[in-house]
Design a protein around this ligand. Structure first.
Ligand code: MTE
Length: 305
């Protein structure tokens, strides 16, 4: 799939800025996407599908960057693209803290010098029952966990979005308890499908998608994929997560995509793929069952929703 020049032009400011994704990688990625559509990929011995269903196709750059949830910039779907111009994600650093051997504040550039950026085409399934297919660039979260070098007592990881009410208008209102936080169990965090993304469609992330670095956990509802991460905390006990703190009966800590467990206000059985008319059936674990079901084999997923 080609990126139309009309889609690229409005983002030229970003592209011309200091680049996190080197030009050659970005070009290779945009050219390489069509070859990857039906392919599968070997990663750490795990065979994961780059593309899951015959009927799936990539959402457009336009769709992915104008239909967003990012409450720090407002609650409407177009608020993040319209109201995030004052957010400046450069330079950026992430504080690694808690139960680790190497606590530090690490520059994003330093992280990027230590990892290899890969492309991953994943479905994103929002708990609101819409979905997209997004060609991300990023690297396995496990690489950053290696840098932090957790103690054996670290069983969970909590992530925190930056708190900058002066740049994020939504944070000036108490829509949610700020900063936005999320969490994963250590084995989920180490799973090869779990990535930190720094770009999509070969461009560095736009502010509305969580610049300059966000989590992507494709088998969980989209709200687990926390944006603009500034702190990663290694902890012993299951940490707080914004939506499960806000409405515990509606959003659990695990929040695996599960068509058998409905949200109290809507069914999770089908979804609306952005750009499509007919609803699709929602797949267990968003179609990644083969890769991740073992993580939950002894758990009652109705209880641990
Ligand atoms: N991260 C933060 N910090 N704030 C948010 O409001 N929204 C979540 C998630 N990450 C959100 C967030 C939700 S509900 C979804 S569906 C995805 O981001 C949407 O990601 P996208 O806009 O890049 O598609």
């Amino acid at each position: 799939m080609k990126i139309l020049s009309s889609e690229i032009t409005p983002y030229s400011i970003y592209i011309n800025r200091r680049k996190f994704i080197k030009g050659s990688v970005a070009t290779a990625v945009s050219l390489g996407i069509s070859n990857k559509l039906e392919g599968s990929h070997k990663d750490n011995g795990l065979k994961y599908k780059q593309f899951l269903d015959d009927g799936d196709k990539l959402n457009t750059f336009e769709e992915i960057t104008t239909y967003n949830n990012f409450y720090e910039f407002g609650m409407g779907k177009t608020d993040p693209s319209k109201h995030s111009d004052n957010f400046n994600p450069h330079p950026w650093s992430i504080k690694l803290e808690g139960l680790i051997n190497n606590p530090q504040t690490i520059d994003l550039e330093k992280i990027l010098s230590l990892v290899t950026i890969e492309d991953r085409i994943y479905r994103l399934r929002c708990v609101e029952a819409w979905s997209m297919v997004i060609p991300w660039q990023g690297f396995p979260l496990s690489k950053l966990i290696d840098i932090a070098d957790p103690l054996s007592s670290a069983k969970f990881i909590q992530f925190e979005t930056v708190f900058r009410p002066e740049e994020m208008p939504g944070q000036r209102r108490r829509i949610l308890p700020w900063p936005y936080v999320e969490g994963l169990r250590m084995d989920e965090a180490l799973h090869p499908l779990t990535i930190l993304s720094t770009g999509l469609y070969g461009h560095e992330l736009l502010n509305q998608n969580g610049a300059p670095i966000r989590l992507v956990v494709p088998w969980k509802y989209g709200f687990k994929s926390i944006k603009s991460i500034s702190v990663i905390r290694f902890v012993e006990k299951q940490p707080g997560a914004t939506w499960s703190i806000t409405a515990p009966s509606e959003y659990g800590f695990y929040s695996n995509v599960n068509n058998l467990v409905n949200h109290p206000r809507w069914s999770q059985n089908t979804e609306r793929r952005i750009g499509e008319f007919k609803r699709r059936k929602t797949l267990m674990f968003n179609g990644y069952e083969e890769e991740v079901a073992h993580l939950y084999k002894d758990m009652d997923l109705r209880k641990f929703y």
